[in-house]
Write a protein that binds this ligand. Structure first.
Ligand SMILES: Nc1nc2c(ncn2[C@@H]2O[C@H](COP(=O)(O)OP(=O)(O)OP(=O)(O)O)[C@@H](O)[C@H]2O)c(=O)[nH]1
Ligand SMILES: [Mg+2]
Length: 220
């Protein structure tokens, strides 16, 4: 069985549309950090498996979701955002690619971003340039949360114990690569969210930079 882990925080306006599309593709695990808008209970009532957490953090949510996927014997585990930026039409092919980690990539030929403000393009470009230079990942899109992990890659990624926020993506690429596993990038067009609020703020960006510097110095 293939699985999809979807981290959510206040995504009530997006989750129903997304679930209607992904439920037929794989088993869905929604990891909700007790969203005040009730996203968690809505997801559950729509048939998703729910992990309800009493803490905040994208990285921790992904880790908990992937751990659950491994326990439930998922063959492959996809991760994707809840805000419809990641089009489910790509999933079928991403699941079928032979690699330990398939990254839905905005920065390979055929990939791209739509309706993103210049500020977001600059942040994403800078973050990826830094990841490539400091960590030598050889990956063009290190920060995408649209991915399919094989079991070995998921086991490597959940060792990212201190990556509790947006740094989980780069940490998992680093660990998967360190484990000698195969990473492939698959072109996707990323569409900016239309409803709901972004959770990526200055604090998240600062802790991302601190994390990547630490990782490049300490190697773990
Ligand atoms: N469980 C959980 N999910 C989170 C948390 N922060 C963000 N998310 C989810 O992670 C996904 C990505 O968050 P976004 O706010 O869309 O981040 P982003 O895509 O970088 O920012 P935008 O481009 O502005 O949408 C979404 O599904 C969020 O609901 C969190 O603290 N806990
Ligand atoms: Mg988003």
């Amino acid at each position: 069985m293939n699985c999809i882990v979807i981290p959510t925080y206040n995504e009530r306006e997006n989750i129903e549309k997304l679930l209607s599309k992904v439920k037929e593709i794989a088993h869905v695990i929604v990891v909700d950090d007790n969203s005040p808008d009730g996203t968690g209970s809505l997801a559950k009532s729509l048939g998703a498996e729910l992990i309800l957490r009493n803490e905040r953090g994208l990285g921790g949510a992904l880790r908990d979701g992937m751990k659950r996927g491994l326990e439930e014997e998922c063959t492959k585990i996809a991760t994707m955002d809840a805000d419809l930026s990641h089009d489910p039409v790509y999933l079928k092919e991403m699941f079928s690619i032979d690699a330990d980690l398939v990254i839905g990539s905005r920065y390979v030929k055929g990939g791209g971003v739509r309706a993103w403000p210049l500020s977001r393009r600059v942040i994403s470009f800078g973050a990826n340039a830094l990841a490539r230079i400091l960590l030598q990942t050889g990956v063009k899109d290190n920060t995408s949360n649209f991915r399919v992990y094989g079991r070995k890659a998921a086991e490597a990624a959940i060792n990212c114990l201190s990556a509790n926020g947006y740094e989980f993506q780069i940490c998992s690429v680093f660990y998967v690569k360190k484990g000698g596993l195969v990473i492939k990038e698959y072109p996707i067009i990323f569409v900016d969210r239309k409803v709901g609020k972004s959770k990526l703020g200055i604090k998240e960006i600062a802790s991302w930079f601190a994390f990547i510097l630490r990782l490049s110095f300490r190697g773990r």
